[in-house]
Structure formats: C-alpha cells, structure tokens
Design a protein around this ligand. Structure first.
Ligand code: GLP
Length: 250
C-alpha cells in the first residue's frame, strides 16, 4: 500500500493554484502530455487559473490531449447541462487545444458499450494517461464510479446513484439529471501514471478521511487511490480538516 501525498492549502483558490502548478509544469516538460479531466464545481477555479496562465503565454495546449472522465447518457453535447458544454465554457473555448485532441464520451451514441470500447482504445492509442485530475463525490465516487463498482472496470455505462443525482441537480434546468452516464473506469484511472485529486469544502472532509485513512474497499471508490504509487491530494483546510497532519509536518 502507498501513502498518497497530501497537500493542504488555505482555500479553494489555493487549491486551484497548486493544481495549475502541476498541470503547467507537466505541459512545460511534456508538451504532448495526455490528461484526464474532471467536471463538477471543484475544478472550475483550476480551469480559470489555467486559462489565466494560458493568456499570459505560460501554457501551450497545441499538442496536449485531454480525455474527460465522464459524460451523461442521453444529454446532447450542445445542451447546457452536458459535460461537453461545461468543458467548453470553462476551458476549451479559452485555450489552444485542437478540437481533435479533446475527447469526451458521446452520451448519445446508439451503441453505448461500443462507445466505451472506442474511448478506451483512444486512450490506449495515445499511450495512456499521464496525469488524471479527479474530484471526489460526497459518497467517495471518482468519475461516475459509484460505491460498489469493481476496481477492475474500464470505461463503462454507470448507474448514477440518487445521492449523486441530487448533488448534480443544480446543473440541470429541471433539476433532474439522468440516471446513467459513461465514465472512465477505476482500472483506467489507476493506469494513469500520476493522479491528482482536488477537494474543497466541509462536505468533503469526512469522505476524504475515509478514502485516505480507511480500508481500501469498493464501498469508497476513492480508497483505491491508496494502491497507486503516485497520487497527490490537494485539499483546502476545510476538506482536509479531518485528516492527520500533512506528511510535510510530521
Ligand atoms: C460529479 C462528477 C465527478 C465529480 C463530482 C464532484 O459527480 N461526475 O467527476 O468529482 O461530481 O463534484 P463537485 O466538485 O461539484 O463536488
């Protein structure tokens, strides 16, 4: 078992800055890096910071490739509620990553299982993911890998739990998200060479402690990260409030 590095910083903007440092350093070192990117409220500040640095000429996205972790099933890409729209709004409309380098599962594909296989193939064909950036759901989900999902699964169609649908209701005009989504699987995430998980706010404190200090078990999907050798958790003081003191202070 490995111990994820834990970086606890003051507030959500400091989380964004620390996360952006990782991304900027990676792209500077490896201009053709392959990323996996999350949605949700947590990474919005990170994307804003990355856009700011891009405008300053510090990040060139022209050779970067990025795979989204997930997309709702049945939501058209051009609908405001899709993760495709989310990514355009917060990142892609503002950076020079070619459209052909941006990958998001197609939640309207007639053959969803085939779409999942193609997504895996696309990830493999570019040599796998170098850096996966994750958020964490209040029940410990990563991507849309909900509690109970086997650690061995690759990209698949997942059933979204009632809790997670409620947590995401804000981004749907009718407040009613779909009950399924395509998600990169836990096994796919674990193959990333480096993983950074971002967490902010009181509502993530308990689950972060369970994920990092509790047993590795499918009931807390993020606990699988204890089995990866290169994980950094970047949490603000609130999300990190129930963790043991950061490694640097021990
Ligand atoms: C959604 C996404 C996850 C994300 C989670 C947490 O369920 N599919 O990838 O990590 O929300 O979102 P938030 O950052 O808004 O708490």
């Amino acid at each position: 078992m490995f111990r994820p590095r834990v970086l606890i910083v003051k507030d959500p903007s400091s989380v964004a800055v620390a996360g952006a440092d990782v991304v900027e350093e990676l792209i500077t070192e490896r201009p053709d890096a392959v990323l996996a990117l999350p949605t949700g409220r947590t990474p919005i500040d990170l994307y804003r910071e990355l856009v700011r640095r891009t405008r300053l000429g510090r990040i060139d996205w022209s050779r970067v490739r990025a795979f989204n972790l997930d997309e709702w099933v049945g939501v058209p890409a051009d609908s405001e509620a899709s993760y495709a729209s989310f990514m355009n709004e917060h990142l892609y409309a503002h950076v020079n990553m070619p459209a052909t380098h941006r990958f998001i599962p197609n939640g309207l594909a007639p053959d969803l299982d085939g779409e999942c296989r193609q997504y895996e193939d696309a990830i493999e064909s570019v040599g796998g993911i170098e850096l996966a950036i994750l958020g964490i759901g209040r029940n410990g989900h990563i991507g849309f890998n909900e509690p109970g999902t086997p650690f061995e699964v690759r990209t698949h169609v997942a059933t979204v739990s009632a809790d997670t649908r409620a947590a995401n209701a804000y981004s749907f005009p009718g407040g009613d998200p779909p009950s399924s989504a395509i998600t990169v699987g836990i096994a796919t995430i674990m193959l990333a060479r480096r993983i950074v998980l971002l967490a902010t706010g009181d509502e993530k404190a308990l689950i972060l402690r369970r994920a990092l200090e509790g047993a590795v078990d499918v009931s807390v999907p993020a606990s699988v990260l204890q089995r990866h050798s290169n994980v950094t958790i970047i949490a603000d003081e609130r999300a990190g409030s129930l963790l043991p003191r950061p490694v640097s202070e021990r």
